[in-house]
Design a protein around this ligand. Structure first.
Ligand SMILES: Cc1cc2nc3c(=O)[nH]c(=O)nc-3n(C[C@H](O)[C@H](O)[C@H](O)COP(=O)(O)OP(=O)(O)OC[C@H]3O[C@@H](n4cnc5c(N)ncnc54)[C@H](O)[C@@H]3O)c2cc1C
Length: 267
């Protein structure tokens, strides 16, 4: 049995540099200039899972991303990890998309790629982090969607048993392919990139598709296709004063207790 897999990966702002992020007071958007980017960590888990399924059953692992030209770097990284093909959806008309327009654009990309059995996404991203794109994409594709996936096993050909996380435990669900699974970070540990992988990636072309290539409706992409409007943004500025205690651990605990008593926080 061969399983053809499409993995959606998003390039995100590196969380280690979030403190440098500022908001444009006029456009109310994030000033992204100069902030380093990485591949969304959950998406690397999704890719790792795709590669493991391919190793077991054969088939193809294709990576797909919508983003500006620099997103190519994340796709190159995915190819170096072992993906077979990579597609970048890149067009000025896609810019400033909300999650619905993003999911629509990705769905058009998936349909243009053609045959697939399984779509894998991250459960959420580290920057916008809505967790909406996976379920919306499944809806556009008309396939089953399972989120918070912690484990995937094959019961029989085209029938999976998926363990999904709940607040206090987990549940197991049976799902038939085709399906979209949004995976959590506990599912696996993504493999490291090898020198051979980098060499192979360098030989693989990354196809870049614009609005016309995927036959996207102009009213459904970018700002026009985004029903969400940002009406206000604000930066969190802590109002509370911090106090740093010094001394040995015992002294610091004593001082903290005294201070809390003084302030009426402890009786
Ligand atoms: C009104 C509005 C305006 C916005 N304007 C902008 C803007 O100008 N510029 C901007 O960069 N962002 C903008 N955003 C954020 C943008 O909508 C999100 O970055 C994008 O839709 C993905 O949402 P998310 O990060 O919450 O994804 P989630 O739903 O948390 O992602 C889940 C999974 O979906 C997949 N996925 C998500 N996005 C992509 C992608 N692009 N390509 C491939 N796979 C993907 C990944 O597998 C990911 O792990 C805007 C959002 C809103 C609401």
């Amino acid at each position: 049995m061969a399983v053809d897999i499409i993995v959606c990966i998003k390039q995100v702002l590196n969380p280690e540099h979030f403190s440098k992020i500022s908001l444009d007071p006029v456009t109310k958007t994030i000033n992204r200039e100069g902030i380093p980017v990485i591949t969304n960590p959950w998406d690397k888990n999704a890719l790792e899972e795709g590669l493991r399924i391919r190793e077991r059953f054969s088939g193809k692992v294709v990576v797909l991303s919508m983003g500006p030209p620099q997103t190519r770097k994340s796709l190159e990284e995915a190819l170096a990890m072992g993906a077979d093909e990579a597609f970048l959806l890149c067009d000025r008309a896609f810019a400033a998309a909300d999650t619905l327009a993003t999911a629509y654009t990705l769905a058009r990309g998936v349909q243009k790629i053609g045959h697939f059995d399984l779509v894998l996404c991250g459960n959420e991203t580290v920057d916008s982090g809505t967790g909406q794109v996976g379920p919306q994409l499944a809806q556009f594709l008309g396939i089953t969607c399972i989120t918070s996936v912690k484990e995937i096993s094959f019961e029989e050909e085209r029938k999976l048993i998926v363990k999904r996380g709940l607040e206090r435990g987990h549940m197991k669900v049976k799902v038939e392919l085709p399906a979209l699974l949004a995976v959590g970070q506990e599912i696996n540990k993504p493999r490291l990139i090898t020198a051979f992988g980098i060499m192979q990636a360098a030989e693989t072309d990354i196809a870049v598709w614009g609005c016309e290539d995927i036959g996207a409706e102009l009213d459904s992409i970018g700002v026009k296709g985004s029903p969400t409007r940002i009406v206000e943004t604000f930066q969190h500025r802590p109002k509370r004063k911090g106090k740093i205690m010094t001394g040995s651990p015992e002294e610091m605990v004593k001082k903290t207790i005294e201070k809390l008593r003084e302030m009426g926080g402890l009786i």
